[in-house]
Ligand binder design. Structure first.
Ligand SMILES: Cc1cc2nc3c(=O)[nH]c(=O)nc-3n(C[C@H](O)[C@H](O)[C@H](O)COP(=O)(O)O)c2cc1C
Length: 268
């Protein structure tokens, strides 16, 4: 499928921001979407040996753009995907992935970064897109959410005074009723960013699968080396690397194993 055939995305210019083109599932959506979805889901396996052939550029762009359709908290999209195309950088990345066969044989490698440090920049950009450069007025609650609540929640300070204050406020508020109890420390902000980047990573893997390619998420790696290699600041963190390409038969190491339904799913 060419990128321009994707009904969900205007890919006339892959570099422009995505706004609009909402698809509302119709009556027959389930009949058409479900078989393909199930097939995509069950075809995705972690593949450790690929044939090494690159994935066509336009397929990669389509999949990467699909990945950005993942949901994110406050729509702040605090992640970045680094599609590593430079051969020297790629060699270093394979090394940082401890030379794992999935990385060494992949057609493509993508580093998924969690960027908790970019919440402010992204908030301003998202606001600009939502308001069409400030020409469209948003309802007051939306304005408050983006300009009062979110900055208060996402702000961090070096001394941790804000965090302490938040802990106290949440404790008092929590005595009266249900209240949001985080973030109150750096760990909370880190988890927040990795949550969004993980959802994006999963979306990318499913899109690659639906396009007929295989993937392997890689978490056994040297995060520090990768961050430095990409020239990113301390607060930027590697969530995982995704190896992608076409599988070789020996790349599927075992049958799929999942715990019983009742171990993982509690109907309460
Ligand atoms: C965050 C994360 C990190 C992973 N890290 C590695 C890794 O470093 N090397 C590897 O071979 N597989 C890695 N895997 C793949 C898992 O081993 C695999 O998903 C699991 O065994 C289930 O198999 P399946 O993906 O084929 O269903 C990782 C998976 C996830 C989600």
């Amino acid at each position: 499928m060419s990128t321009t055939d994707n009904p969900l995305i205007d890919m006339t210019d892959a570099m422009t921001a995505y706004v609009g083109a909402e698809e509302v599932p119709g009556e027959d959506f389930r009949d058409t979407a479900l078989p393909g979805f199930k097939q995509t889901l069950t075809s995705r396996r972690s593949i450790r040996v690929f044939d090494g052939e690159p994935i066509p550029e336009e397929v990669m762009r389509d999949c990467l753009r699909d990945a950005t359709l993942a949901p994110s908290s406050s729509n702040l999209q605090p992640y970045e995907l680094y599609w590593v195309r430079d051969s020297t950088t790629r060699e270093k990345l394979v090394e940082a992935c401890l030379g794992q066969p999935a990385a060494a044989t992949a057609g493509e490698l993508i580093v998924v970064m969690a960027r908790r440090d970019q919440w402010r920049t992204n908030l301003d950009k998202v606001w600009d897109l939502m308001t069409k450069g400030g020409t469209k007025t948003m309802p007051e609650p939306v304005d408050d959410y983006y300009h009062k609540i979110t900055p208060r929640v996402r702000k961090t300070d070096a001394l941790g005074l804000d965090n302490l204050l938040r802990r106290v406020v949440f404790w008092f508020r929590g005595r009266k009723g249900a209240t949001v109890r985080s973030p109150v420390n750096t760990g909370d902000h880190r988890v927040w960013a990795h949550t969004q980047s993980s959802l994006t990573a999963m979306t990318l893997m499913l899109s690659l699968t639906a396009h007929g390619y295989d993937t392997c998420p890689i978490g056994g790696l040297d995060k520090l080396r990768i961050r430095k290699m990409l020239g990113l600041p301390d607060q930027a963190e590697v969530t995982m690397v995704i190896a992608a390409g076409r599988r070789r038969p020996e790349g599927l190491y075992s049958a799929r194993v999942r715990l019983p339904y009742g171990d993982l799913i509690k109907e309460v």
